[in-house]
Design a protein around this ligand. Structure first.
Ligand SMILES: C[S@@+](CC[C@H](N)C(=O)[O-])C[C@H]1O[C@@H](n2cnc3c(N)ncnc32)[C@H](O)[C@@H]1O
Length: 304
């Protein structure tokens, strides 16, 4: 950053010097943001977000191979923390499940099929699908299978919401849920992770759990390989690495459990967040970098 003295040199009148001096003092106090601070270059960020939108909108052969939207319930059982299947299985007919970032909604379809013999083999099959399920996706990826199933079960039992992001829905519109899941969904794709988690938790009933996961991160158990190409990075105000679980554990009114998968192809953290009281506040972070992808590369900085 330039020194105060050199900043003042070019200014001719005493009033102008005074104005510059006031701005510098306010910046130093953190009252206004520094023009020289390390903000993401806006045009580049906009470009990356536009590229990401293209991925969401892609259809048929244009869908990038890494953008998988058809994982079923048995994949969810593999990719979400232990306890997920039991929690889903314990839901009753008045309970509600929200899957944020549902893609085709295959996991929800599998859950409903559990009541008949078409249930797929694999984990999470010894339960009956009784609860109401809401599948949410930015883009509409409903298949013919979804349309048929929805027509036979009724809109009340399974719903597919698309056209906007989680943050764009109000609590009144969505209601509250007994279980919320996210498999390579908003948690892996959002540009505002703090806001995303806070929104999810605002929709969760007390003593219920949000199950999610994120790949290529600094693992809680510290066993990620040094050669890892990190996709979601968190740093503190001084630029030091922060683990995603350490950050989440600073949230109020939650109990966070992480299962580190260092032996998977990509180091992955399976995350279970139980809401224990209503006054949830997630420590804020600002976005430093966003690179479109499946999932995107992101770097966030914790706000002091
Ligand atoms: C890679 S697909 C994963 C789909 C599915 N979970 C699966 O594993 O097959 C990502 C999904 O997340 C959705 N998504 C990403 N960010 C989101 C957000 N902020 N709110 C709602 N959906 C989001 C996308 O629209 C898409 O449906």
């Amino acid at each position: 950053m330039r020194s105060v003295k050199s900043s003042l040199k070019g200014w001719k009148t005493a009033e102008m010097r005074l104005a510059v001096l006031i701005v510098i003092v306010l910046e130093a106090l953190g009252v206004v943001e520094s023009a020289w601070s390390q903000e993401p270059a806006q045009p580049r960020l906009d470009e990356e977000i536009a590229k990401q939108e293209k991925i969401y909108r892609s259809r048929g052969a244009d869908v990038p191979s890494g953008y998988v939207t058809s994982r079923g319930l048995s994949d969810y059982a593999e990719l979400l923390p232990s306890g997920f299947c039991d929690a889903l299985g314990s839901l009753g007919s008045s309970d509600r499940w929200l899957d944020v970032g549902a893609g085709d909604g295959q996991a929800v379809l599998d859950y409903c099929a559990l009541e008949d013999d078409a249930a797929p083999a694999g984990k999470c099959t010894r339960l009956s699908g009784r609860a109401h399920a809401v599948a949410m996706s930015i883009e509409d990826r409903r298949t013919d299978k979804w349309q048929e199933q929805a027509a036979s079960l009724g809109d009340d039992r399974i719903r597919y919401l698309s056209g906007k992001r989680l943050r764009d829905y109000s609590r009144e519109e969505l209601g509250t849920f007994q279980i919320i899941t996210d498999v390579y969904g908003g948690f892996s794709y959002t540009e505002n992770l703090s806001q995303f988690v806070e929104k999810v938790l605002s929709l969760l009933e007390i003593d219920r759990v949000f199950y999610t996961m994120v790949q290529n991160v600094h693992l809680e158990d510290g066993k990620d390989k040094p050669s890892t190409r990190y996709q979601t990075e968190l740093v503190d105000a001084a630029g030091r690495d922060v683990k995603v679980c350490s950050w989440l554990k600073k949230t109020t009114c939650v109990k966070v459990d992480c299962e580190s998968k260092s032996d998977w192809d990509t180091p992955t953290e399976l995350i279970k967040i139980r809401k224990v009281c209503s006054d949830v506040s997630v420590p804020r972070m600002k976005l430093l970098k966003y690179e479109a992808g499946n999932p995107p590369g992101r770097r966030f900085q914790l706000e002091p």
